[in-house]
Write a new protein. Structure first.
Lengths: 772, 164
């Protein structure tokens, strides 16, 4: 289906530039670190050097006496209330009080007239620690007698999930073949370029304002209220431009945010905090490292019958969004393949490592790596084509999965077929020279999910007399293009230009409450709210136009800044003329509003049953690699992905999302690894934490991205998720391509040169022994 | 009392007479003393390229460069690029139009690196673009639309400078 065939849109479906791109290429866009306020002080945080210790005492007196220091605070300057995402996960303190649990845990904060003095002051704070035994391995931490991190969590179990749909025993009994594998994934960082940054102000009236780089400002707002013990009405969070999110901490209130406002109260001045990159890469919110055990039963023809998945995840020192992180891998075992019997057991374990949370796809890419690697293993054992086994088992629209996901639109087959076609799979597979290979991986994602009490998005469309529109939502653009796509929706409905729409940054005092930017929810959920709000404004205007033009309301058309009668376009008004008519003559200021929620019940993460999302997206990715047998280096020479985004509201932005997500997957597959030894991060810099670089990328001619169009009836103009789903299958695609190139199967991430060299040597040795 | 060094910096065609501690980096002085915050502070160790500015036309990491060493040189920051052209520079325009900008934090540095590179090599191959931008991290785009932008800008510049 072509884009044009999906509707005669004026703006929707066009590859228009991102609205804020102009002020970003000129350097005018203000990120949090770009704000300087009169009298502003600079803050720095003191971090624990111990992975696990009791705090006996903190002496800040010498630091306070340093010239230029204005205040020093510790955990005792806060009310001692733990905060977090859900009642089960409230285990953060703004600053540690009696115990530290990982190297990097915040214990004190300084405000000084400049950053150098603030850093110097940190060295003068005396903290007496009483070191405690520490544990860094999740399985060790589960054993009896292991050091315990939190009083409320016996055996260090942060979250556990177990569910079974169908009967795997029965499924395995029926199976003609069983495959069982253990996979291992590593700690990975979000790697956004903008470090966390904020400015806090506590004014004379007791009003607290935080300007900050946040992807979910309302979460921050609520968490600040929780941790400070102050009602939300006294707190205001103002979002700045965000230099990349990926759930690397910008979705929550952080110790820097609490410290900035409390230091501001002490000093009577605004206080700014900006993390150094070594702090960004050391502190919490990284991808969960996992041990993934997967047993699969299939018929001899490759039909999947049963899967049993067990996961032990190293959660690090704190909960983050614990239970959700553990629910997702099991839930997503139901997608994109049809598996009648599914059993799942998962443990998120506290250790004295930095804590883990979400990262582009949350915990889904890990399980997709395991599942789609294993599918290739099964296909090989049964002499099946790896494509056929995927197509045979792919879910179809209209099915309901064992765990209760209702599948609406779902172009899985098309994704696989398009990726095959674009990559030249049939010409390449089995025909490439030695040490070159091609592989496929597939995945799935949600278009937003109901994961907490408040899940609705809301929009206001304020129409002004010059014919422009102020679009106010609670959603944040983190670079993905929400500003543009949401504005395009409003512009399409009202028949005005994209430039006529102004997109507001979140300010909790004036924008509507919103859950935030996560789970690939913004286009779908806020997009629907914007569409409803714009239609509300259009209806108000159409009533006035119908009266003026002596026509039926339903015959009024809004297009190209004109409002006219269908079938008689000469009877028309300019859009701004109509707005002025409404506002000046009739005293009606046009404001549309709309809210959207999926209407689904909150999932019980313990039983695992229910329809998490209003729409699901499948994706398929083909990767071609070349392996250097001398160095073990893997070079990605081609990537082709197909993704069902429902309908691409802006194909240029969708392409950026899909390719960006794909390259992040390649990073995790081949390069990235946050190395921790006894809880200490050994590579907290962009020099040593290896993210993909330009020269690691394949040539443009070998990069393909295909939108599979399914026009989801519940999405705004047919759209579904685009930002995360494409990342899900990439790691397995790389694993399968490396296997195809070398004949060596890697089940532990990343596929670094040392591992590859060692494995190649082993396989050569085995081959020689076999000959002898 | 901190030791202060006098320094005169020519930034975007304007001369600034400053007294600064000699250990301060060009990045710090541009952002904090001259309020030119388009130059971004990220890794501060010469790995990410977000702080790139042009010094006599050559791209440098301003986080690794002492401000006092820039005395007598022409410094171009992202704020000077658009202004000197009166409108967006073809490179900026290409970044906007090809979708090379997402979060935008790497963008000023990459735009300036591309300018320095295209001034030296007006008709680059894709491979040369890749090599010229290898000192820049972008976590959003996967780089492909950035390559497209630089190549599009090269074509646009060639079109403008070609004889009628």
């Amino acid at each position: 289906m072509t884009v044009q065939a999906c509707g005669d849109y004026a703006i929707i479906g066009k590859p228009v530039p991102k609205k804020d791109a102009c002020i970003k290429v000129t350097g005018e866009a203000k990120y949090a670190d770009d704000l300087f306020f009169a009298g502003m002080l600079h803050g720095k945080l003191l971090r624990s050097p111990h992975p696990h210790a009791k705090i006996s005492s903190i002496d800040t007196s010498r630091a306070e006496k340093l010239s230029g220091v204005r205040a020093v605070i510790t955990g005792k300057d806060f009310p001692g209330i733990k905060y977090g995402n859900t009642p089960q996960t409230r285990d953060y303190l703004p600053l540690a009080i009696d115990k530290v649990r990982y190297i990097g845990d915040e214990v004190a904060a300084v405000a000084a007239i400049d950053e150098e003095i603030a850093e110097e002051a940190l060295d003068l704070i005396r903290v007496e620690y009483e070191p405690l035994p520490a544990v860094f391995d999740a399985e060790e931490a589960m054993k009896p007698g292991a050091p315990q991190l939190h009083d409320h969590a016996p055996n260090n179990i942060s979250a556990e999930t177990a569910f079974e749909f169908g009967d795997v025993i029965e499924g395995f009994a029926e199976a003609g073949y069983l495959q069982e594998d253990l996979f291992e994934t590593q700690a990975v960082k979000q790697g956004m370029l903008e470090p966390h940054a904020c400015i806090g102000q506590w004014d004379e009236t007791g009003k607290i304002t935080l300007w900050a780089s946040k992807q979910s400002p309302y979460v921050v707002w609520k968490q600040l209220s929780m941790g400070l013990g102050i009602e939300t009405s006294r707190i205001r969070v103002i979002q700045t431009y965000v230099g990349g999110g990926f759930s690397g901490g910008k979705q929550e209130a952080m110790p820097m945010d609490f410290s900035a406002v409390v230091l501001s109260k002490r000093c009577g001045r605004p206080v700014k905090f900006v993390h150094n990159m070594d702090e960004v890469l050391t502190i919490g919110h990284m991808r969960h490292p996992m041990k993934i055990w997967l047993r699969t039963g299939v018929k001899k023809d490759g039909t999947l019958l049963a899967q049993h998945l067990k996961i032990v995840a190293d959660g690090g020192a704190y909960s983050s969004i614990g239970q959700l992180s553990m629910y997702l891998p099991g839930a997503m075992l139901n997608l994109p393949y049809r598996v009648p019997h599914v059993k799942y057991e998962a443990y998120r374990i506290f250790t004295n490592n930095g804590f883990c949370g979400a990262l582009r796809g949350h915990t889904i890419p890990q399980v997709c790596f395991a599942r789609d690697s294993q599918l290739d293993l099964i296909a090989e054992k049964l002499g099946l084509d790896p494509i056929d086994i995927r197509l045979k088992n792919g879910l179809r629209p209209g099915e309901t999965t064992p765990n209760g996901f209702r599948i609406g639109t779902f172009g899985f087959t098309e994704c696989v077929e398009k990726a095959i076609e674009a990559s030249g799979w049939k010409e390449k597979r089995g025909k490439l020279p030695r040490y070159r290979g091609i592989g496929m991986g597939c995945g799935s994602l949600v278009s937003g999910a109901r994961v907490m009490g408040h899940s609705a998005s809301t929009a206001q469309v304020n129409v002004h007399e010059d014919g422009t529109v102020a679009l106010v939502t609670g959603s944040t653009d983190v670079g993905q293009g929400a500003d543009t796509v949401l504005s395009m929706i409003a512009a399409e409905v009202l028949g005005v230009g994209l430039d006529d729409i102004r997109f507001a940054l979140v300010d909790t005092d004036t924008t509507p409450a919103d859950p935030g930017t996560f789970s690939s929810r913004v286009t779908f959920w806020t997009g629907n709210a914007v569409k409803i709000a714009a239609e509300d404004a259009r209806r108000q205007l159409a009533e006035i136009a119908a009266e003026k033009l002596k026509a039926q309301i339903n015959d009024i058309v809004f297009r190209d800044r004109q409002v006219y009668v269908k079938n008689d376009p000469q009877r028309r008004l300019r859009f701004e003329e109509l707005v002025r008519l409404a506002q000046h003559r009739q005293g009606k200021v046009i404001m549309g509003k709309g809210s959207y929620t999926s209407g689904e019940a909150l999932i019980d993460f313990r039983t695992g049953y229910g329809n998490m999302s209003p729409a699901y997206t499948p994706s398929a990715c083909v990767v071609e690699v070349e392996v250097d047998p001398e160095t073990g280096q893997v070079t990605v020479t081609g990537i082709w992905g197909a993704h069902d985004c429902g309908f691409p509201l802006n194909p240029m932005l969708v392409k950026g999302q899909v390719l960006g997500a794909t390259v992040m997957g390649i990073g995790q597959a081949l390069y990235e690894n946050l190395i921790r030894i006894d809880g200490k991060v050994m590579n907290p810099s962009f020099r040593d934490y290896k993210m993909p670089l330009t020269e690691d990328m394949p040539r443009l001619a070998n990069v393909g991205h295909i939108n599979v169009v399914t026009n989801d009836p519940s999405g705004p103009f047919g759209a579904k998720e685009a930002g995360e789903g494409a990342a899900a299958g990439v790691i397995a695609a790389v694993a399968n391509a490396v296997y195809n190139a070398t004949g060596v199967r890697f089940k532990s991430l990343p596929f670094s040169p040392d591992k590859i060299l060692f494995a190649l040597k082993e396989s050569r040795r085995e081959a020689e022994c076999g000959k002898a | 009392m901190k030791h202060l060094s006098p320094v005169s910096l020519k930034v975007n065609g304007e001369l600034y007479e400053l007294s600064i501690p000699p250990w301060r980096t060009l990045l710090e002085v541009l952002r904090e003393d001259l309020s030119l915050t388009g130059t971004k502070r990220s890794c501060q160790e010469g790995q990410c390229g977000a702080c790139t500015v042009l010094l006599d036309g050559r791209a440098i990491y301003s986080c690794l460069f002492l401000a006092v060493e820039a005395e007598g040189k022409e410094i171009l920051t992202i704020e000077g690029l658009a202004r000197s052209a009166g409108a967006l520079d073809p490179i900026q325009k290409a970044f906007v139009e090809t979708g090379a900008v997402q979060c935008g934090f790497c963008t000023p540095g990459l735009v300036l690196a591309a300018k320095s590179f295209l001034d030296e090599n007006p008709a680059p191959s894709e491979e040369e673009v890749r090599r010229a931008t290898v000192g820049h991290l972008c976590r959003c785009t996967g780089y492909f639309q950035i390559f497209e932008a630089v190549l599009a800008a090269a074509r646009e510049r060639a079109g403008k400078s070609a004889p009628a």
